[in-house]
Design a protein around this ligand. Structure first.
Ligand code: ADP
Ligand code: MG
Length: 534
């Protein structure tokens, strides 16, 4: 038997072995998690689902309820700590009550757990990670909704972010693309809002939480997930994004809602034209925070932030440069930083293939890839630099290859963008050509291939675009076209390719701009000049 029955081991507390419901050593091992009963007070709990921990996993020493949860535990540990199949360190998790706060005697254990799930934290008294949804004491309806959504156990980032957010800490979270950051802020929001409503049912409902995100598509997706998690609870949402009529959004807000999901420009538009109060907002989320605190969005975000009365601030991205971390710590007191996996790197689940190709040959190269059954893995997103470029390239793909392709960018009406997304996500159109609008945060579930046709202006955007090819650690590929015009990014691109074991095209590897140590600008100019004259 792969898992040891607690009854057969000395470690089993008497309550469990005495209980008629627990099943003695003669009863068959429970295969499925839902066949197991809830734990009684004082009984061991399954570290995965929180039900009665009838067995002890012989490889890790954890309490476990069934073969199903044991498998999840071992898969999770192997994928997060990358150990060979039969080599897992022994580990013991803190009991439920110890999970939320770091006390001296469990401090070391908590650090060990963080290491195992590849989490690193910075800040004072950071709550401990929690390994199962049932240990968060969430409203029952929310737990049911998680189960319906297929969320059996929290992802590593959720294990650390949810307890910290439930403890009202200000957070800056850096975690891979596709690692489940959205639910890590939505779960505490739904729990908070439904808690407030159950304690203070009021006639006139005011929004309790605000999520700001850079694109309309991302806002739509965050709202969809929020609705899913808040179903059946006193929890309503409003979408405030450009491209749809303002009047409809104002009407929705006046109906009484708990959560606003907005792009900053449209929210400011709404606040200036309509007398709308945000004074009860107690949680502010900045999704894709590096983008939100960059020029272009920063002033709008700060204007909104100043209109709020000191909310808890939760900030997320897969790429957080040092200046953003500094700005974040100025915005939010006592900030806790949470880093999951390797920060500021392309997702390890996506294999990158860099191809050196001159600008004038890029189209032909793309068509060759799309016509090759070996290389083209639809559905695929092709990222380009300009709106016009997106329109022209999608048309050219249709004409030259006969494969259906649509374009998406910020100049298109919201209705058309929604329809394009629908056709793409339902598989009716296998290729979407996009500007940066789809680069950030979107959960393009079926997408396994990204083609970076025009290298973006920064490695941050590159990391996000590549990240669209993988969700929750599933494998994907990113083909990236690179040439002399992208030399500004050569050094970082080489590092990114090298760190993920990808081949580096000869021209890129040999370029002067790829070298680790480059002289200062003045010297660079002299050498460049000298090279040209030989
Ligand atoms: P990120 O914001 O980190 O880029 P998302 O929040 O979009 O990633 O999540 C990626 C995918 O993972 C989504 O399809 C989401 O539904 C799914 N997901 C999130 N949390 C879990 C979980 N605990 N179990 C299973 N799937 C999850
Ligand atoms: Mg996200």
């Amino acid at each position: 038997m792969e898992i040891s029955n607690q009854d057969s081991l000395q470690e089993c507390p008497p309550a469990a072995s005495d209980s008629g419901e627990a099943g003695g050593s003669d009863s068959p091992v429970k295969e499925r998690c839902w066949d197991q009963r809830e734990a009684l007070p004082g009984e061991p709990r399954c570290v995965i689902c929180g039900r009665y921990g009838e067995y002890i996993c012989d490889e890790t020493d954890d309490d476990i309820c069934s073969t199903e949860c044991k498998k999840i535990l071992l898969d999770r540990l192997r994928s997060t700590i990358k150990l060979p199949v039969n080599q897992l360190p022994s580990k013991k998790l803190p009991a439920r009550d110890e999970c939320f706060y770091v006390s001296d005697n469990v401090g070391d254990q908590i650090e060990t757990i963080r290491k195992k799930i590849s989490i690193h934290v910075k800040g004072k008294n950071v709550p401990a990670p929690v390994m199962s949804f049932s240990s968060f004491q969430l409203p029952q309806k929310l737990q049911d909704n998680l189960e319906i959504a297929g969320f059996v156990i929290p992802t590593p980032v959720q294990m650390q972010v949810i307890p910290a957010a439930l403890n009202k800490r200000n957070l800056l979270v850096s975690a891979d693309t596709g690692s489940g950051k959205t639910a890590s802020f939505l779960i505490p929001i739904v729990a908070h809002c439904s808690d407030i409503r159950s304690k203070y049912p009021v006639e006139e409902k005011r929004p309790q939480a605000l999520v700001l995100a850079p694109t309309r598509e991302l806002c739509v997706q965050v709202e969809d997930q929020a609705k899913l998690l808040g179903k059946g609870l006193p929890f309503k949402t409003a979408l405030v994004v450009g491209g749809d009529a303002l009047s409809g959004q104002v009407h929705r807000l006046s109906q009484g809602i708990e959560l606003i999901i907005a792009t900053p420009g449209r929210l400011i538009d709404l606040l200036t034209k309509h007398n709308f109060e945000l004074d009860e907002i107690s949680i502010l989320v900045l999704d894709e925070v590096d983008c939100m605190l960059q020029r272009g969005f920063r002033d709008q975000v700060m204007q909104i932030f100043q209109a709020l009365s000191q909310p808890q601030v939760l900030m997320f991205s897969a790429t957080i440069p040092a200046d953003v971390e500094k700005m974040a710590s100025l915005m939010a007191k006592d900030l806790v930083c949470i880093y999951a996996g390797k920060p500021n790197r392309p997702s390890e689940s996506v294999s990158q293939v860099a191809i050196w190709v001159d600008s004038k040959h890029k189209k032909q190269k793309l068509f060759d890839i799309l016509k090759s059954t070996q290389h083209f893995k639809p559905p695929a997103v092709v990222f380009v630099e300009s709106r016009l470029g997106a329109d022209l390239l999608s048309e050219a793909i249709n004409v030259i290859t006969g494969i259906k392709a649509l374009s998406i960018h910020g100049e298109k009406k919201m209705k058309e963008r929604r329809e394009t997304m629908r056709l793409f996500l339902t598989g009716e159109v296998p290729i979407i050509v996009s500007t940066g609008v789809l680069g950030r945060g979107l959960d393009l579930l079926a997408v396994k291939q990204v083609i970076v046709f025009d290298m973006p202006n920064s490695m941050q955007e590159y990391i996000h675009q590549v990240g669209r090819a993988s969700r929750m650690g599933e494998k994907g590929t990113a083909i990236v076209f690179v040439n002399e015009e992208n030399k500004k990014l050569f050094r970082e691109l080489v590092q990114a390719l090298r760190s993920s074991g990808a081949a580096i095209p000869r021209e890129l590897a040999n370029s002067y701009y790829s070298k680790e140590t480059q002289p200062s600008n003045g010297r660079q100019k002299r050498r460049k000049h000298g090279t040209g004259s030989t």
